[in-house]
Design a protein around this ligand. Sequence first.
Ligand code: ACM
Length: 555
Amino acid sequence: MSAKHHVDRIRRQSVRRPWPALLLPFLALAACGRAQLPPTSVAPRPLPTMEPAQGAAATPLPLPPHTIIPAPVRIEVSATQSMVLDTAAVIVVPAGSEEVARIGRYLGELIGTTVSTTPRVVAAGGHVPPGSIQLVLKGGHAPPEDESYELTVKEEGIRVVAARPAGLFYGVQTLRQLLPPDVEYSATPPRPWRVPLARVEDRPRYPWRGAMLDVARHFRPPADVERYIDLLALHKLNRLHLHLADDQGWRIEVPSWPRLAQHGGRTEVGGREGGYYTREQYAALVRYAAERYVTIVPEIDMPGHTNAALAAHPELSCDTVAPGTRTDTEVGYSTLCVERDTVYRFVDAVVGSIAELTPGPYFHMGGDEVMRLSHAQYLAFVERVQGIVQAHGKRMIGWGEIAPARLDPATIVQHWKPDSAALHTGRGGKVILSPAGKTYLDMKYDSATALGLDWAGLIEVRDAYEWEPGTWLAGVSPEAILGVEAPLWSETLDSMHEVEYMAFPRLTALAEVAWSPQGQRSWEEFRLRLGAQVPRWTALGLHYHRSPLVPWRER
Ligand code: ACM
């Protein structure tokens, strides 16, 4: 959360941005695939129509040719022809690749509900029954971070081809969205599934497609975090930034400083009991995420937002008097005593302990909203922490305030309000975009939203969708943008239902901002696909905001 005085500046920034000209009509996109499917190809057929949503204009709305989100780069889908995925189908994976076999099992469990309806995963080389699914790793020299894939659905079978397992996983997510929404129920009667014939070529716009969950203000148990990871995976999002420490709670065990979690983790906003992740639980979350191609990005916010740490270890504060634990939502009052050596021993132990459990290359040091230090003290602290993070083999990330420090070009600045990120990109550094007025999922949708805050404005799903990351920051070239991330601060959210309600559908919109080519995005077309998610989201038990801007349809 931020102080209210940022509001006006952020509001001004949002109106200053020119909207991109809207955009190629979707059918042009659908038609631009390299090869057309036989006569069944979507383009250019007249679109079927649907009834308008209650209260909407009387003109019937067109049905989208497909309902995949984020929209693929190229797609052709048959409106009339499909293949049948029956219980004889198997999932074929390359011999010797346990990683792809795991993706195959993930897909099998999605399709089937019982042993007899779950397709077997078999190694390539033997007989492939017609109507099966093949996951193919193509050879070649693709870089390790390649996430592209191709998917073809033909009457004789389904093929997903990619250079890397991540691409196969994303092809599987696209196939999932071509399957009927009933596939999402964990108990449905055995039945063959119909998949429309299709051809897809796809790759993401940005390598960083993130979400942030604040588990400090209100703790979320591991099962809730796993649920969030599953929802990220459905949307081809690939970073989960966990805000693990703030004034109201410390949420991760650090064995050499046990009071951090044991005392600092006891509380949360509102005064209920908090909680923390043991090392085993955190490591299990990292694994769970990695199996879904999501990298966990741990954040320990410092030198401010540290009351929970100071309450556990008063030697980290300048007066060495332990403050009480805090369950209110004030900001800006706490700081580590940055002149003390103990503080750097603490930082080293915490970064080292978390880095050991974090195979991903990033460590986020927070660095926001520091109001109790001089600018020089603040910058010196950031530079010293950067050295510690690098000594533990990680790339540092910090909120926009860190940009004026002497940063290594490998360090990443996360923009959230007007800042000097351009200083960092000028030295070759990269930026993650989380402009509060577009991406903060804790902002209210409209004035009637019971949950959330409004200091960065009201953010309807259309606002979250309609912006252009490439030109968002004056003085920052499009190449310096690593991607987009949607933070969800949890001061007002104390259940997973509430988290989901604030995240959806805006996180769905941001997933498309991060993945799909800007020139192919259009709100008018997107809202039709969004409205068509109801049966799938119902099957998933998702809580979401029924935005009046979206023609929701039940079937
Ligand atoms: C922030 O919202 N204080 C990063």
